[in-house]
Design a protein around this ligand. Structure first.
Ligand SMILES: [Fe+2]
Length: 355
């Protein structure tokens, strides 16, 4: 039995056929003759891994962990490296069809029953004139950061590919919102740092489509209210500022989407959100992950957007496990209780965002 070892490399973006490595992201290789040996090596190198994760802008890929499917609790052990609390999915506004049967920290994402989570639509056209995948908003319409309608929001998401569709479909895209912020002009940066977005789950009737259709927003208890989040967040570990925003369906178009700007789908707030989403999801800021079974992708929600892409769900099964880690959201959230937890006698909402 050989000694397990870890190694870090640059992350290459096969889907974009780029010659150069991705400007953000790192690949962690782990040798070892069994899954317990590999996970043991990961846990032993936890400090170095977290340091590399931050240095790489909050994106880390580990391949070759197929045998994790037989030991889902080990995914929770790996998740614990990335923050103080691996969340219990039952307490994160997630409907129960996404719960794993035995591990409360795992969310199950699948097109198959009982989950039945469909992929996003195929953009039209789906390829650029050069043949590359179309990645930018609004053609790719699913860009978000996980559960930003909770305050403090989750810090890190771990996604593990149990069963993945064939290549060229069902990718996950990641956008580097630190680099996107840095690329803005100085006046825009100053202006954005004073603004807050208002985030809301899509099931409470405050999306642009709901507002346009004249839907009456649901009456909400205090813990069900949309939440304000800074439009620019400073990462607690790296101190780099990053844009923090979401697809319109995860923002509030009744009172927002931007505090202090004209509300509604045709207002100045909507215009700014649209402009920033287009900016942050340009191909130059995006890494495209082509999944293989056994891949683990670790992504920092504090400084990245991500987006699932279409796959032929009528022909291929897709099964992913997800965990979220919370507890280090940055000083703007210091001392805050969980905004979404019900007070005495109130019920926890259930729902699901685009994952
Ligand atoms: Fe997601």
């Amino acid at each position: 039995m050989g000694e397990a070892e870890i190694r870090f490399d640059e992350l290459r973006d096969a889907a974009q056929s780029r010659e150069e490595p991705s400007p953000f992201g790192a690949r962690l290789s782990v040798s070892g003759s069994s899954i317990s040996e590999k996970v043991g090596a990961i846990l032993e190198a936890r400090e170095e891994i977290v340091e590399q994760f931050h240095r790489a802008g909050g994106l880390l890929l580990v391949r070759g962990l197929e045998d994790l499917r037989e030991a889902p609790d080990l995914l929770v052990r790996i998740s614990e490296i990335f923050g103080p609390e691996v969340e219990n999915v039952r307490q994160t506004l997630t409907s129960d069809r996404f719960f794993h049967e035995s591990v409360p920290e795992l969310m199950v994402l699948s097109n198959e029953p009982p989950v039945g989570h469909p992929p996003p639509p195929l953009p039209s056209p789906s390829r650029t004139p050069d043949g590359a995948l179309v990645v930018s908003h609004p053609q790719q319409s699913n860009w978000h950061t996980d559960q930003s309608y909770r305050r403090p929001p989750p810090d890190v998401t771990l996604l593990f590919g149990v069963v993945t569709p064939p290549p060229d479909q069902g990718q996950t895209l990641f956008a580097d919102c630190s680099a996107a912020f840095e690329a803005l002009d100085a006046d825009t940066k100053t202006r954005l740092c004073d603004l807050d977005g208002i985030h809301a789950p899509r099931w409470i009737g405050r999306s642009p489509e709901d507002v346009q259709a004249g839907v009456t927003p649901k009456p909400l208890l205090p813990h069900q209210r949309p939440v304000r989040q800074p439009l620019v967040r400073r990462h607690p570990a790296t101190h780099r500022p990053a844009l923090y925003l979401c697809q319109p369906q995860q923002m509030d178009f009744v009172e927002g989407p931007i505090v202090g700007l004209e509300t509604g789908p045709d207002g100045a707030g909507a215009d700014l959100l649209e402009q920033l989403l287009r900016h942050a999801t340009q191909a130059r800021f995006v890494y495209t992950h082509e999944w293989a079974a056994g891949d683990l992708v670790i992504a920092d929600n504090r400084c990245l957007l991500h987006c699932a892409t279409w796959y032929a769900a009528d022909r291929y099964p897709r099964l992913m496990w997800r965990t979220t880690v919370r507890g280090a959201p940055g000083e703007e959230y210091a001392g805050e209780a969980k905004s979404w937890m019900p007070r005495d006698g109130e019920a926890l909402m259930a729902g699901m965002e685009g994952v």
